[in-house]
Design a protein around this ligand. Structure first.
Ligand code: G4P
Length: 537
């Protein structure tokens, strides 16, 4: 894909000239367990932001998740997963950058990295299920980085759990103060709409009508608007919700201690507008980002940013890669030369791509919080820092030791070159990790979940024309090894050569059968650190 070709076919929708810089940016992700409604909510946010015109435009992603084969076809077709990596839309002068995270837990590493590039998150919870495993995992990552969270309790249009039970569950399980903001009126078949406890606005089910009640819960017009029994139940519960829980404190929210809770329905487009209002008004604009020279302030004049994701083969016809860069400071303009800190070289960014739901175009400028794609041929890697003449690196991008290890078997030995290229590219994307054993010439690949192996085989066949299969290896655990004492590390490697592989960057990795073996080795080699995670630098 050439960006020039893109710009010819798609009207430029870059951020407007009059945009008020990074203060108008809201860069966020949605975290949820599969099926809670992330795709539906994404679509409704894009509709509300005018980024798509038709419901159903991002639905195929949800369908793809269900069946593995469908999912792979969609992944192969590239269009949807790519355009949904970042979705930018504007409303009332605010630019929303929604960064997509894969729903399936096998792709969690990609999600963790994406969360390093956001300033806030929306946690979507299914009203019938409450907090689920994947929600909790992702929440913990957000907590590590103090990412503030707005909770959207979805699917209140159908029978769900008691709202108070859900609030208590969030408070207890996630140790977060909850502040209910938008409250459901009836549930399931008796669902009548949502009531904003702060503004006293009632959004009626079955219509787009929002009615403001000056008199609050006791306003005679509100009493009249609802059947008597529904009103009575709603009034009691709404009062309890308003009085029995914390008031919404924007500062406590921004510090990550409190979550405002919005009950709504993505499918029925209920309370989605209110959600956008809360993001626009209260979600933080770009926050300082950690680096090896201390936090980088978004107000800084010099441009800086980091690569948090790389996508290979966005257009299978033109083998290329797009590096997704999150800007952290300064005012970027197209054509600028930025320093690529890892290589020490300069990079002229002449074709930065901006993503507008399903469309892409060249962008002329960007501010802290914005995400652009830079087409390149492998220069840019996940974790790379770009600066305007400064020498520092952003920190905190994690890589995790894989949990499933397999030897790659090539069906046709003539395709070795293609296989090497495919493994390099897809490892760069973060789809798999690749290890070279010290002895032997096979590659070992490591993944978090087995679904990644299916996608790997399918993409190597489709994009690199090489058929591969995977064989078990006698290892299930991988740890990066390092030591302050290099002689001891080298001695350890020599003594355990059949267990030591090298990762893509040549770092030694110790492979063993199980956690028992690992503990045994750790006890016997106190000078060696066995790391389950490492920082990408
Ligand atoms: P995900 O991306 O988090 O995995 O969830 P997705 O949006 O795909 O939603 C999962 C299912 O929940 C879909 O139903 C979707 O229509 C439904 N859903 C989402 N939001 C709401 C809501 O507010 N109310 C109700 N009642 N349902 C909701 P499906 O039957 O699995 O798919 P589809 O046939 O509707 O596409």
């Amino acid at each position: 894909m050439s960006a020039t070709a893109l710009s010819e076919t798609i009207p430029a929708t870059a951020p407007k000239e009059e945009a008020v810089g990074h203060h108008s940016r809201r860069t966020f992700a949605i975290i949820s367990h599969p099926d809670a409604g992330k795709t539906t909510l994404t679509e409704k946010l894009l509709l509300a932001g005018g980024a798509i015109e038709m419901a159903g435009a991002v639905r195929s992603k949800g369908n793809g998740r269900r069946a593995k084969s469908d999912w792979m076809d969609i992944e192969k077709s590239r269009g949807i997963s790519v355009t949904s990596s970042v979705m930018t839309f504007e409303r009332d002068g605010i630019t929303f950058n929604l960064l997509d995270t894969p729903g399936h837990s096998d792709f969690s590493e990609d999600t963790y990295r994406t969360l390093t590039a956001v300033d806030s998150a929306i946690m979507v919870i299914d009203a019938a299920k409450g907090i689920e495993a994947q929600t909790r995992k992702l929440f913990e990552i957000c907590r590590l980085r103090d990412i503030p969270i707005i909770t959207f309790v979805n699917k209140v249009d159908r029978e769900g759990r008691d709202p108070f039970e859900l609030l208590d569950e969030i408070e207890e399980q996630l140790a977060l103060t909850v502040a209910p903001l938008v409250w459901p009126v009836g549930q399931g078949g008796l669902f009548k709409g949502c009531y904003n406890l702060a503004s006293n606005d009632f959004l009626f089910a079955g219509s787009d009508k929002t009615v403001h009640y000056d008199g609050g819960l006791d306003d005679p017009a509100l009493v009249k608007a609802l059947p008597a029994d529904i009103y009575a139940g709603f009034r009691d519960s709404a009062e309890l919700a308003a009085e029995g829980y914390a008031d919404f404190d924007p500062e406590a929210y921004r510090q990550g201690h409190l979550t405002p809770v919005i009950f709504g329905s993505a499918l029925q487009n209920f309370a989605v507008d209110q959600l956008m209002d809360v993001i626009a008004e209260h979600a933080p604009s770009p926050r300082p980002q950690p680096s090896d020279k201390g936090p980088v302030d978004p107000d800084g004049d010099k441009v800086s940013g980091f690569v948090f994701k790389v996508q290979a083969n966005m257009d299978p016809k033109h083998r290329d890669r797009v590096a997704f860069v999150r800007f952290c400071s300064g005012h970027f303009r197209r054509g600028m030369k930025l320093d690529h800190v890892r290589s020490g070289k300069q990079l002229a960014v002449s074709n930065p791509i901006y993503f507008f739901a399903q469309e892409r175009a060249l962008t002329e400028e960007a501010y802290a919080g914005d995400v652009i794609g830079i087409p390149n041929h492998g220069t840019l890697r996940v974790g790379d820092t770009l600066t305007e003449g400064e020498n520092f690196r952003f920190t905190g991008l994690p890589a995790f030791a894989p949990e499933v290890l397999r030897r790659v078997r090539l069906e046709d030995s003539m395709k070795l070159k293609q296989l090497r290229r495919g493994l390099e590219d897809l490892a760069e994307e973060g789809l798999v990790q690749v290890f070279r054993p010290s002895i032997g010439s096979d590659w070992i690949v490591g993944v978090v979940g087995p679904l990644q192996l299916d996608v790997l085989a399918s993409r190597i066949a489709g994009e690199y024309k090489a058929d591969v299969s995977f064989e078990p290896v006698p290892f299930n655990v991988a740890r990066w090894i390092r030591s302050e004492n290099d002689a001891k590390l080298q001695a350890f490697i020599r003594e355990n050569i059949t267990h030591v592989s090298r990762d893509r960057d040549g770092r030694p990795v110790y492979l063993c059968k199980d956690s028992w073996d690992l503990r045994f080795m750790m006890d016997r080699n106190k000078d060696i650190a066995f790391d389950a995670t490492r920082e990408i630098v």
